[in-house]
Design a protein around this ligand. Structure first.
Ligand code: NAD
Length: 498
């Protein structure tokens, strides 16, 4: 059986803990590999490597650092098919969707090629007599990233690309479910010219995460995953004196106004609700049609579309979506659909009994569509993370707006309308981090920042965009006075610009 270890000091190393987690093939349910779970000592060894490599890396001029990312982007393109295959094999998503996962990470690597400009400092000449004042952005030192299973290429790159471009060394702790791609990315970074030890990958579970959160030499932690763990990582990192940005779960709504183009809205809901089997933090899981007529039209359009979804393994080029990542995930999603039925929601399309011939032990579940869901139901409150769309009918715009406003999560939201006034009012009043107007999955591009509000995010700086440069650097402000020959006496009062 294939054994996946760690990547420390520029090479693959085997795990020494004797503890492993199974890595499954989601389409067949078979165990296809096992991944080592690191001890505190293994994490400490990675930090030692990072610590010795970081000062030289930070001292390298920013154009040279940028060139590593130029080479890396070229290597990602060269190895796109190999990486997508590797990703789909462990995650289960379709090959095209895996390419999307890789490309959204690659785009952040392209963004950080601008690091010479992005990391430039501020300078004030003549802030006082002979006095110049400037602020520089220095790396935090060693950064760490803890990532979820659902984007095993994109999210690691969202973290390590800006951190490393800013001159940090980095420890990545990927998800135990799909650990192969992150290790391959680290190998490609070395091939691109990154010095050994600057990027290390340590596989593991809670023990490795806790070792990161308490290690005195790690200055910043970026986390993406479920909300309870995000909250825990944020609190623990902060109480250990680290800066932290932690992104959690979601329940993204899409409001469909009566004037919306219904074909466009239905297509958007299909892609955003069922793509990647709903295992996206920006998936739309709640549709809110405004008015009975809009709701009836929407259900009429969606029903045949959900019934005819093509579900298959990643080797099926025509599949719209693949299986869920693990049997546990399958049981959880199926249990929540059962719960919705018990709670009295109307299950218009029931995908629970879906079976794929030849893949009977795979984690496949058919698309499910609920109507008449109400805000008190568990299926409305909980992030399902499966191919399940809930329709909550709203009488008018204000009622529709109030639903995402009152929800615990605040990652993404969308409105479908032809009315500019309504769209503008919605974008202005909604208390959610990423808003789409006639765009179902409003994931900002690499040069803007990504992050939710409320229980979807802890910490004040987002991922990628200029926020990421701020997160992975510390500001140092220098006040200098030349010529030193100016003579004045001792000053005992606070100097001001009076
Ligand atoms: P998860 O919270 O189970 O795991 C995320 C990471 O935390 C993994 O590396 C895992 O090893 C680690 N972890 C798990 N349990 C831990 C514990 N008790 N203590 C310390 N570390 C622990 O999340 P997941 O199932 O891999 O990913 C799905 C979740 O991620 C969903 O909730 C989804 O919405 C969220 N997500 C959020 C965003 C975002 O940007 N907001 C993006 C992608 C995914």
């Amino acid at each position: 059986m294939q054994e996946i270890g760690h990547f420390i000091g520029g090479k693959k190393v085997a795990g020494t803990s004797g503890r492993f987690a199974d890595v499954f093939n989601p389409a067949t349910g078979e165990v296809q590999a096992r991944v080592a779970l690191a001890t505190d000592a293994e994490l400490a060894a990675a930090v030692e490597n990072a610590k010795s490599a970081q000062p030289q890396w930070a001292a390298m001029n920013p154009q040279r650092r940028a060139r590593v990312f130029m080479n890396f982007v070229a290597l990602l393109n060269k190895h796109m098919d190999e990486l997508a295959e590797m990703l789909s094999r462990e995650h289960g998503k379709t090959i095209e969707d895996s390419k999307g996962d890789i490309i959204r990470g690659l785009e952040v690597c392209e963004f950080v090629i601008g690091i010479p400009h992005l990391q430039k400092s501020e300078f004030t000449e003549g802030a006082g007599p002979g006095i110049d004042m400037y602020s520089i952005r220095q790396p935090v030192g060693i950064g760490a990233g803890i990532t979820p299973f659902n984007f095993p290429a994109m999210i690691p790159m969202w973290m390590f690309a800006p951190a490393i471009a800013c001159g940090n060394a980095f420890i990545l702790k990927p998800s135990e479910r799909d650990p192969s791609v992150p290790i391959r990315l680290a190998e490609l970074m070395i091939e691109a010219g990154l010095p050994e030890g600057v990027l290390n990958v340590v596989n593991g579970d809670k023990q490795a995460v806790d070792a990161i959160l308490t290690h005195p030499d790690i200055g910043g932690v970026s986390f993406v995953g479920s909300t309870p763990i995000a909250r825990y990582v944020y609190g623990t990192a902060a109480s250990n004196g680290k800066r932290a940005q932690c992104f959690g779960g979601a329940k993204n709504h899409m409001i469909i106004m009566p004037d919306a183009d219904m074909d466009q809205a239905a297509n958007a809901l299909m892609g955003a609700g069922y793509g990647s089997a709903g295992e996206r933090c920006m998936a739309i899981s709640v549709a809110v049609p405004v008015g009975e007529e809009t709701a009836n039209k929407l259900i009429e359009k969606l029903t045949p579309m959900v019934e005819s979804l093509r579900i298959g393994p990643y080797t099926d080029e025509k599949a719209d979506l693949g299986p869920l990542v693990t049997r546990d995930a399958y049981n959880r999603v199926k249990g929540l659909v059962d719960r919705g039925v018990e709670e009295g929601a109307k299950l218009v399309v029931d995908g629970r009994d879906f079976k794929l011939q030849g893949y009977e032990n795979g984690n496949f579940i058919g698309g499910c569509l609920f109507d008449d869901v109400t805000p008190d139901m568990d299926i409305y409150k909980t992030e399902i993370f499966g191919p399940v769309l809930s329709v909550v009918r709203a009488k008018n715009y204000e009622e529709a707006l109030s639903l995402p406003m009152k929800h615990e999560y605040g990652n993404g939201v969308a409105i479908y309308t032809r009315d500019g006034d309504a769209a503008r009012d919605f974008a202005s009043r909604i208390n959610i981090g990423m808003v789409g107007v006639n765009v179902p999955i409003p994931v900002p591009l690499a040069y803007h920042s990504f992050g939710g509000w409320k229980a979807s995010s802890f910490g004040d700086l987002n991922q990628h965009g200029t926020d990421s440069i701020k997160f992975w650097t510390r500001t140092k402000t220098i006040t200098s006075r030349w010529p030193s020959g100016i003579k004045d006496g001792a000053e005992f009062v606070m100097p001001t610009m009076k």
